[in-house]
Design a protein around this ligand. Structure first.
Ligand SMILES: Cc1cc2nc3c(=O)[nH]c(=O)nc-3n(C[C@H](O)[C@H](O)[C@H](O)COP(=O)(O)OP(=O)(O)OC[C@H]3O[C@@H](n4cnc5c(N)ncnc54)[C@H](O)[C@@H]3O)c2cc1C
Length: 327
């Protein structure tokens, strides 16, 4: 995840974390082969194993992945690791319209090229990043997409050419290919600074983690902007566009009651807009405390009962992260 400087493997597994490189490499669950878990009654169990294939009974390994610390403490993990790619290329595509940027995500993926990363930064965030640390991002752009492709040099070269061609053909006003590692680092530093840029600008930030089917990114961005305008609140979007996982954020102040109420209503509509477009409440941050009530609203009753049954079976005294996911 983008929080890799501080996040732990246990936390990554407990949240089934993702990050920019999920477009090509998937999320944490794709790398977890087995786990040692301390159950709430103190017993230690091993689930899964060391093999790539394993269909021995129910998949309890995946039950603990993404369980947000509500079922047991992950104390060891057997992980699949991959060699680092020998070459990377970063492409910055600049758009006058964020919706066109959203459309470009599908165009690239439909072409058969699977970049390792496709990240979106909108105009608001571009400008805050440039205020914090001038990196040369185009301040007048409505949005930029940052692509990374990695692998063997020949493939990286071809994929870079293809991404540049598609971005130009489908509406990018400018496309830059980072010339060296320093320029690559500059663009990814900008992306990593995105959350700090947003959270540093308001007393309270309501930031979401919804995920929509990738083909719905343009429709979702339009809905977000329409909702923010209707409620008269300041909204920005960054996110893992290649996964359809976007972080729309609304700036407010919890102490300004009227504004905060408006902001809360706007963010709720944004969440429900994502669900209406076939999306989900959370792509990587989980349900935790904040999204409990939405989970009740959008999840089938029978499914909720099954999940609660699992929680009761493993943690009958509700000592594991009480209040998270469940009341
Ligand atoms: C600036 C910023 C950027 C982020 N970017 C991303 C991103 O790109 N992708 C992403 O997926 N997430 C992101 N996150 C969210 C978060 O950092 C990740 O979910 C991360 O995986 C959490 O790991 P952690 O070690 O910090 O866990 P914590 O935040 O400490 O814990 C998260 C939850 O997991 C439980 N937990 C922790 N360790 C264990 C364990 N060993 N066993 C059982 N339960 C456990 C905790 O009780 C808690 O409920 C971001 C967060 C921030 C602040």
């Amino acid at each position: 995840p983008q929080s890799f400087l501080g996040a732990t493997i246990g936390g990554n597994i407990a949240e089934n974390a993702g990050g920019p490189a999920c477009v090509k490499y998937g999320v944490v669950k794709q790398y977890v082969l087995g786990l040692e878990v301390v159950l709430p009654d103190g017993e230690i169990i091993d689930v899964g194993g060391r093999t790539i294939k394993n269909v021995v009974g129910y998949d309890l390994t995946m039950l603990f992945v993404g369980s947000e610390g509500t079922l047991g403490v992950i104390s060891k993990a057997e992980l699949k690791v991959r060699p680092l790619p020998p070459q990377r290329s970063t492409i910055l595509a600049v758009y006058d319209d964020v919706v066109t940027a959203g459309e470009n995500v599908s165009k690239v993926l439909e072409s058969g090229v699977i970049p390792s990363k496709i990240e979106l930064i909108d105009n608001w965030v571009i400008n805050r990043i440039e205020e914090m640390m001038p990196l040369g991002l185009p301040r007048d752009a409505d949005a930029v997409l940052l692509f990374e492709t990695d692998g063997i040099p020949e493939a990286v070269e071809k994929e870079t050419e293809r991404i540049v061609e598609i971005a130009r053909k489908f509406g990018a006003r400018e496309v830059r290919v980072a010339m060296d590692a320093d320029e690559q680092l500059k663009y990814w530093t900008a992306r990593r600074a995105g959350f700090a840029a947003v959270f540093g600008k308001a007393k309270t930030v309501l930031s979401e983690d919804v995920t929509v089917p990738r083909g719905q990114i343009p429709a979702f961005i339009k809905r977000c902007r329409e909702i923010a305008a209707r409620y008269g609140v300041e909204m920005n979007i960054i996110g893992h566009a290649g996964d359809g996982n976007l972080h729309p954020s609304i700036l407010t102040d919890v102490n300004e009651k009227e504004h905060y109420e408006r902001a809360t209503k706007a963010i709720e509509e944004i969440i429900m807009a994502a669900v209406e477009l076939g999306g989900v409440l959370s792509g990587e941050h989980g349900i935790g405390l904040e999204k409990k009530r939405f989970m009740r609203r959008v999840t089938d009753q029978r499914v909720l009962e099954i999940m609660k049954g699992i929680k009761r079976l493993l943690d009958p005294n509700n000592i594991m992260n009480p209040g998270k996911i469940w009341e």
